[in-house]
Design a protein around this ligand. Structure first.
Ligand code: ZN
Ligand code: ZN
Length: 1024
């Protein structure tokens, strides 16, 4: 019976439920803690394979650490607050604006959010349990619950007390639909190619009739807020005469006139710095512009932000481009003169601060131009664009206008194009924590390590965090202000609220705006304080999860203090600017130390063609469908096996099924052992091992334990799972079983080796395939494997030199088999001799493992001959893809490799390469080469060899006839053969192979014949 994942999983699930295995594990009291914090996903939709991947990785960490003896904190968490939920609810209720929400009532809206946020909670927990993840057996933390939000209040009060929060007015990304500020991360998440105006505008130089600065912009609606023009101090600028006008622009941009087919004449050349301080006239005759003194400024180097995260993932790169230091003015586009509106852009604002410029931002919450903008007043930014254009045309200030397509940020939830708008917000002051974070980050273990540098760059360039939102469904900012005397009060707990409230706080108090906004506080002046109508950014919710999930400090105080900091978090790669960032900022701001020790990053999930999965493309694979298709164990180990956890993964069911075949090997091995191995006999005393293959296998499993443990500690789940499967399929099942076939039923040592090896192998597999490992464990041992201890490498069993020799023997055997195939000689025919050419290491291996090579490759003899080393060359086709610009460096290291260094995976300096990245060359025209030499075969056949081959054919034919005669494996036969001496010589082997209890050398019954070349043998049999 073949391995059936579904049956195994159902059976084991029942066993777990009956014995309460998961409950015992998640509640285990142990001295050493391992705080595994779940980064809370939203559960307002079903889980897709990306969620399964993250859950699998976290669960592997948990199972692995539990088996190592830690008390692991397995609690799952769900993100229940914030704009994502609000948007979905708005859609569900058919609403469009904040006014709509006010109309139906904030209380009702919040009630909808509360229900909606937990929509699929039980479905998620159910899926966690189905894929065998322990986190499915614990009550999850929900970020919208009172205990979580109260902890949030405590945090906010703490931040106020430490002076970390400040009221400020700055331009930030703003969604005119959601009518709220968005943080930097929200924006890097979502960009779209959008068509917009690209206009070349003439600003008249003050006091000149026909002399202009030629500037360029793609956002005409920001022109009412223009306060300056900016040039690059070191670039060359010109005055050029064009159709009677004198225009000032960068020399490098003169090709613009060629494009416009306008003749020009350069009158003067000078550096940009010569323009500094020149005055110009306002472009628009609107009240706001009358108050501004317009000047030319020179640009300064600024930290510029690059698009990253999901945008990079689409290009299938996992590298974050990070930040770049550069001038605001870039002469590769436009005119080299930039229109500056500090109220409408982050870089504009920073240069404005440098020069102390005003920063008007005449746009209201809904994205409409507001007072001071004259004829544009009341238009949305979109509506304003063509009106501004028309105005400029009439004023003859527009040189040229065209449409361009460029990447533009959208609201990550409602997909409305964002604008930059100056608003009053509470900011977390990054300068107060930046240095400390950079310092703490040095001791965080980032897996892979390059993420640590990216994180460093993000922190270095991070602006103050606008931490409040003008919305409803979030942690209410616990700040009350007195309208009479302007005094403010920050509330840090429900107790404090009760103490200071005017009247009684309702018994069913919820920490949501519909409840708390009704509560007024007593002010010292005798007035009544009212809450400021803001909620916290949802990234704040997730940033405080290490303590808020436990309700600290109001609940679980000791437990939190014991577990802090978090030992490990594991989320997708875009969280460098997201959760990893908010956790770090909150952790350092509150506790003055890093909140986590280890961070693991997971790559994206792509579909089979390499496209990113998205609902709009319709290529999303849902978690429950993937589970249904291939089951939990195959899904889990496939996710690990396919590639490095942090790389993008092309999800393929076909590849997953190939892994299932490998697991089937384990199943067959177990069945084989059940039949022949009598493993249930216990062997207390360790036997004296004498056979080479016994000593080898025990060494191999210990080496595998050592390597896999190391791989797992370093999040190399791909290496871990590959090494386990390779050991299982190759070393254990293919090689060892073959070498001990004759001894298994009689030699107690073999049984001991099997027992020793299988138990350890199953333990290594347990985190990857928790069901299958436990099922087979039940067959031979008692108790759940998940309660067992993680195996240790027993160094006294290590025989590394022998392992190396076996590795060579297996290599050679593979090469022999390839050479057989080339010559059309099937493995069932014995071959007279293989000649192995190679170096001294090969010589040594052949000498010691000759019998193994003969057995594995069905050879009569192996002979060694000395030869020159094989040349190892870089395979540029594969290297180029992996290493890009650094290919040459890797190639150089490869050229210097020695043949004995060739492995499946190799580390060369800081690079990791695989066997396929090498090309082997050898000066030989015959045979088949391998990394250390080459192999030829002696294919001569004498009479004995021919008879032996005939014997193989005969066995095959008899077995075929048995099958056709519907005989069962256990049925014994009497075999009738011709009276030939070579048959008599092989009598014993023949009887064993075909299940005969007796042989008669006369053909009483004729059933068939076997042929090899000119030889033939007839046979018959009867069932006993
Ligand atoms: Zn929006
Ligand atoms: Zn007051």
């Amino acid at each position: 019976m073949a391995y059936n994942p579904k049956e195994v999983e159902e059976k084991v699930q029942k066993f777990w439920d009956k014995e309460k295995i998961p409950i015992k594990i998640v509640n285990a009291e142990r001295k050493n803690k391992f705080y595994l914090l779940d980064g809370p996903p939203y559960v307002n939709a079903s889980a897709h394979v990306g969620h399964i991947k993250t859950t699998t990785f976290k669960d592997i960490w948990g199972k692995f650490k539990f088996m190592q003896g830690y008390g692991v904190w397995f609690q799952p968490g769900f993100d229940c607050g914030g704009l994502p939920i609000e948007n979905k609810v708005e859609k569900k209720l058919g609403m469009n604006t904040k006014a709509d929400i006010e109309r139906i009532g904030v209380g009702k809206f919040i009630q909808e959010c509360r229900v909606f946020a937990k929509g699929h909670e039980s479905e998620w927990l159910d899926l966690y349990r189905k894929i065998g993840a322990w986190r499915g057996y614990m009550e999850p933390y929900l970020t919208s619950e009172n205990y979580f939000r109260e902890s949030g209040w405590w945090t906010i009060k703490k931040l106020f007390e430490k002076g970390m929060l400040a009221r400020g007015e700055k331009p930030t990304f703003w969604c005119p639909h959601c009518e709220t500020v968005l943080s930097g991360y929200d924006v890097t998440d979502s960009y779209k190619e959008i068509e917009s105006h690209s206009i070349y505008i003439k600003f008249r130089v003050a006091g000149k009739k026909n002399e202009y600065f030629l500037a360029w912009t793609t956002t005409p609606w920001t022109l009412p807020a223009n306060v300056a023009l900016c040039v690059h101090p070191d670039e060359v600028y010109v005055k050029a005469e064009v159709s009677g006008d004198i225009l000032i622009l960068a020399e490098a941009r003169l090709d613009l006139f060629e494009k416009l087919e306008a003749g020009y004449r350069v009158l003067e050349k000078f550096k940009g710095s010569a323009l500094e301080g020149m005055a110009y006239e306002s472009l628009l005759d609107i009240p706001l512009q009358e108050t501004i003194e317009h000047r030319v400024i020179v640009s300064i180097p600024l930290m510029k932000k690059k698009v990253s995260g999901k945008v990079a993932a689409k290009k299938e790169t996992n590298t974050e481009e990070g930040t770049q230091f550069g001038h605001l003015v870039d002469i590769s586009t436009g005119t080299g003169i930039v229109h500056i509106a500090p109220g409408h852009g982050e870089e504009d604002y920073r240069i404005g601060e440098h020069y102390n410029l005003p920063s008007p931002s005449p746009v209201d919450e809904a994205g409409k131009l507001s007072e001071g903008t004259g004829i544009f007043n009341g238009l949305t930014t979109n509506e304003a664009n063509p009106v501004v254009l028309e105005y400029l045309k009439e004023k003859k200030a527009l040189l040229h206008s065209e449409k361009i397509v460029h990447s533009y940020p959208l609201c990550w939830r409602c997909k409305t194009p964002l604008i930059y708008r100056k608003t009053k917000q509470w900011f977390l002051k990054m300068d107060l924590v930046r240095e400390k974070i950079l310092h703490e980050n040095k001791s965080v273990k980032w897996l892979p390590s390059f993420a640590g540098e990216q994180f460093h760059n993000v922190v270095e360039g991070a602006p103050d965090w606008a931490i409040t939102r003008q919305r409803y469904w979030g942690i209410p900012l616990p700040l009350w202000r007195c309208p009479k005397c302007e005094a403010i009060k920050i509330i840090g707990s429900i107790e404090e609220l009760k103490k200071d409230a005017v009247g009684k706080v309702p018994a069913d108090l919820q920490l949501s705006v519909d409840y708390v906004d009704k509560i007024k506080l007593k002010c010292q002046c005798g007035g009544e304080m009212e809450r400021e109508k803001e909620v916290m950014d949802v990234w704040f919710d997730s940033g405080i999860a290490p303590w808020a999930s436990l309700g600290y400090p109001f609940k679980n105080k000791e437990m939190f203090e014991n577990m802090w900091p978090v030992d490990l978090i594991d989320e997708s790669i875009d969280q460098i600017r997201g959760w990893f960032y908010s956790l770090m900022v909150c952790g350092v701001a509150v506790f003055d130390e890093k909140p986590y020790n280890t961070v693991c990053l997971n790559g994206w999930n792509l579909d089979e063609k390499g496209e990113k999965m998205s609902k709009s493309l319709g290529n999303v694979i849902w978690g429950k469908d993937a589970y249904k298709e291939i089951g939990a164990d195959v899904l889990r180990i496939y996710i690990c096996h396919a590639n490095a956890p942090w790389e993008a993964q092309r999800f393929s069911f076909e590849e997953a099924r190939q892994i299932q075949n490998q697991l089937n090997t384990l199943w067959n091995l177990a069945t084989y052992l059940e039949t022949y191995g009598k493993l249930k006999t216990s062997f207390k005393d360790e036997p004296r091992l004498e056979n080479l293959e016994d000593i080898w296998l025990i060494s191999r499993i210990n080496t595998t334990v050592d390597e896999v443990t190391h791989d797992m500690e370093n999040f190399r789940f791909h290496y871990g799972s590959r090494k386990i499967l390779k050991f299982l399929v190759n070393d254990f099942s293919r090689i060892y079983v073959k070498l001990v076939r004759d001894r298994i039923t009689k030699d107690k040592n073999v049984t001991w080796v099997f027992n020793y090896t299988l138990e350890r192998l199953l333990k290594l597999l347990a985190p990857y395939t928790p069901f299958l490992a436990d099922e087979i464990h039940q067959k031979f041992y008692s108790g759940s494997i998940h309660l067992a201890e993680w195996p240790r490498c027993e160094k006294s069993y290590l025989e590394l030199q022998l392992e190396e020799k076996f590795e060579r023997a297996m290599n050679i055997s593979e090469v022999v088999n390839a050479e057989r195939q080339k010559n059309g000689v099937g493995l069932r025919y014995p071959v007279k001799k293989a000649v192995v050419y190679g170096n001294d290491a090969v010589k040594e291996a052949v000498r010691e493992t000759k019998a193994v090579i003969c057995e594995l490759s069905n050879l009569k003899d192996v002979e060694f001959r000395q030869s020159e080393n094989v040349k190892i060359k870089p395979n540029f086709a594969t290297l180029g893809k992996k290493f890009g610009k650094r290919t040459a460096e890797v190639a150089k290291l490869i050229e210097a490799m020695k043949p004995e260094d060739v492995k499946d995976q190799m580390k060369l300096g800081e690079f990791e390469i695989e066997k396929g990245d090498l090309i082997l060359r050898q000066e030989t025209k015959e045979g088949t080469i391998f990394s250390e030499g080459y192999v030829t075969l002696d294919l001569a056949e004498d009479k004995d060899l021919k008879e032996e081959r005939l014997l193989r054919e005969l066995i095959r034919e008899i077995q075929k006839a048995r099958k056709e005669g519907k005989l069962m494996v256990e049925d014994r036969i009497t075999l009738y053969l011709e009276d030939k001496s070579f048959l008599k010589k092989a009598e014993k082997e023949l009887m064993e192979e075909v299940g005969a209890s007796k042989v008669e050398y006369s053909l009483k019954v004729k059933l068939g014949k076997a042929e090899y070349k000119e030889l033939k043998a007839e046979f018959g049999f009867k069932k006993n």
